[in-house]
Design a protein around this ligand. Structure first.
Ligand SMILES: NC(=O)c1ccc[n+]([C@@H]2O[C@H](COP(=O)([O-])OP(=O)(O)OC[C@H]3O[C@@H](n4cnc5c(N)ncnc54)[C@H](OP(=O)(O)O)[C@@H]3O)[C@@H](O)[C@H]2O)c1
Length: 250
């Protein structure tokens, strides 16, 4: 198998399950050393063991992306053990199906904290180093709901629109620094994303996609990330919209 990422160091937030774990697997198979970050240690350790089976170096670092210092510590630990970070995948994210009128305000706040502040904490922890080294790649896990409004997921879609707007502006600022920024915009993917988040029956009844044949697999997203980060210098894959064939939202 081709190993275009041999020698590269990657940090993946939300790397213990679902899309993040699949990205870790695909990047490790492509030759990268991988640091996985998430909050629950047991799941994180299981993920580390799975990636270690592929070979290469893998690190697991308990991290809450909402806590700025923890994200800085994650990057420092990765750099001490694996080397300078070439690629950061800001993947950790949460979402709840809710109707705005049902005022799930605690969940609104949690969603903004993880999906917006968490991404900023990631960028804040790697940007100076990447600028100093004159290279780096930041991959943000957005969503097709960051491209098209989505009833039942209004706050979630809003956070992904934030990621899109912030990233597009930052990308233009970073011209000439050697840093690339890619947003991945998946449609529905079979993960544990919806587990414990079924809090608003009205929204679920009206808008939840229960047709499993209209979902992508996590590996579909992992392969897209490998493609984005394996291009030659000078080629920027700025966004990848990837949806189930029979379920286009955009
Ligand atoms: N599944 C979909 O249909 C879909 C579609 C489009 C985009 N996405 C995006 O894809 C990303 C991954 O979602 P997924 O479907 O793979 O969900 P998932 O299976 O629920 O995985 C979420 C991951 O994020 C971690 N996480 C959650 N909160 C965190 C925090 N505060 N700090 C650090 N890690 C945290 C979780 O581990 P801990 O709980 O242990 O921290 C877990 O590893 C999200 O950004 C999501 O918005 C998903």
């Amino acid at each position: 198998m081709a190993r275009p990422l041999e020698g590269k160091v990657v940090v993946i937030t939300g790397g213990s399950s679902g899309i993040g774990l699949a990205i870790a697997k695909c990047l490790a198979q492509a030759g990268a050393s991988v640091a996985l970050a998430a909050r629950h240690e047991e799941k994180l350790e299981q993920a580390r063991l799975k990636i270690a089976e592929i070979g290469g170096k893998v690190l697991a670092v308990k991290t809450d992306v909402c806590v700025r210092q923890q994200v800085k510590d994650l990057i420092a630990k990765t750099e001490a053990e694996l080397g300078p970070v070439d690629i950061l995948v800001n993947n950790a994210g949460i979402g709840y199906y809710t109707m705005m009128r049902n005022l799930k305000e605690d969940e609104w706040e949690k969603t903004v904290d993880v999906n917006c502040k968490g991404v900023l904490n990631g960028i804040g922890a790697v940007l100076s180093g990447m600028i100093a080294r004159g290279k780096g790649h930041i991959v943000n896990m957005s969503s097709d709901s960051g491209r098209a409004t989505c009833p039942g997921l209004a706050v979630y879609a809003g956070t992904k629109y934030f990621v899109e707007g912030m990233t597009s502006s930052m990308r233009k600022e970073l011209v000439g620094t050697g840093i690339r920024v890619t947003n991945i915009q998946p449609g529905d993917v079979t993960t544990s994303f919806n587990e414990n988040k079924m809090i608003d029956q009205e929204a679920l009844d009206k808008y939840f996609n229960s047709e499993l044949d209209k979902y992508l697999s996590p590996d579909d997203i992992g392969r897209a990330v490998v493609y984005a980060v394996s291009q030659p210098d000078g080629v920027a894959v700025n966004e990848i919209l990837i949806e189930p064939t029979d379920f286009p939202l955009v």
